[in-house]
Design a protein around this ligand. Sequence first.
Ligand code: HAM
Length: 419
Amino acid sequence: MPDKVQRVKGVNDILPEEAAKWQALETVIREVMDRFSFGEIRPPIFEKTDLFARGVGEDTDIVSKEMYTFSDMSKSSLTLRPELTAGVVRSYIQNNLQQVSPVQKLWYEGPMFRQERPQKGRYRQFWQFGAEAIGSPNPEQDVEIIALFHTILQKLGIAGSVSLKINSVGDSESRANYRTALQDYLRPRLADLSETSQHRFESNPLRILDSKAPNDKEIIAGAPRILDCLNESSSQHYSQVLKMLDDMGIAYVQDDLLVRGLDYYTHTIFEFTSDALGAQDAICGGGRYNDLVHELGGKETPAIGWASGIERLLLVIDAMQPLETKSTIDCFLVALGDNLREKAPGIVQTWRNGGLSCDFDTLRRSMKAQMREANRQGAAYAAILGEEEYAHGEVQLKNFETGEQTAVAIEKVVSTIKS
Ligand code: HAM
């Protein structure tokens, strides 16, 4: 026998039973996005590599070691998107979306690709849905974008088991102040830091705050806090955001060591985490990125957004509040004898056109086996078609719940089942 081809490490097959849960989740997402007046955007799955290098940042883990990069026939370097904020901003600029309206509220869903070490909740192809509000610098926008995800959690019934961590990294002046303060604190302790953190000391010292190495954590505990380095306007923006969250009754924890793994953030940053997950506990991450549109060649345009990992969110939902899914059909046609088997596709087609979900046997199985298949599919009814029924233009319609069986005209099956 030829070898079986296996799937690539770190990617998932979403089989029908699981896909039904995805669809239920997607229904909630679409409904809430619609209520918040966000329009869907579907950018391409690959982009020029340069977009991510400039957008996400050369020194980030994502760009420096996790991207799936390849060249096409014209030798351009292309990359499977590791995230979608850069792609949305590219599209916003290229399609002049600022001319459509001064604030563009966009959402998306799709697969992302990162060559990370696979583990529970961390995959190499994973799905995100996300939202980006481009155009407003004001704290109301920060609060709306956070409320958007919070509302989705509420509709899913899991808001209570998820916590929101929030912090501010301020504007570029505040970050420069903090960078200096942090480096001054870390310099005499540099030799005691992990190798990774030592590398980051020059290139991206804020990322050291994210280190999980026990020794680093001890050193970080005594480090200066970014909130103490925010200038007046950054500090004001942040406190207004917190006040509005209080007013809306959205609970949060201020985490002054929270940093994010992408370089574009300014001001408010946040993560939603769940105890139902293991080490990979973030189900959503985001923040402001007021400089990105300009850095990618557009006009100075403030923006804020987030993205949530669908596989992780579904792990939390499964643990807390499983989604209701319908994996049953209305009717299974049980056709008996070769002559009637030929009629089966046409009869089922008229019922399907009438709005029923139905199925029939294409393996020419016995009546018993067909009834078993109807049961396996969770059919509400079996429509049994024998020579005698066919001669009268009828089927025997069996209701699996009540056990009742009655003769029903073939063209009345749809209305009978619907009623
Ligand atoms: P991120 O924190 O890199 O942010 O990813 C957002 C979410 O995607 C994470 O919280 C997690 O739920 C999920 N995720 C990330 N990597 C993986 C993985 N390897 N396997 C499974 N799930 C994963 C961003 O991507 C930003 N673009 C978010 C954003 C939008 N910021 C502003 N706007």
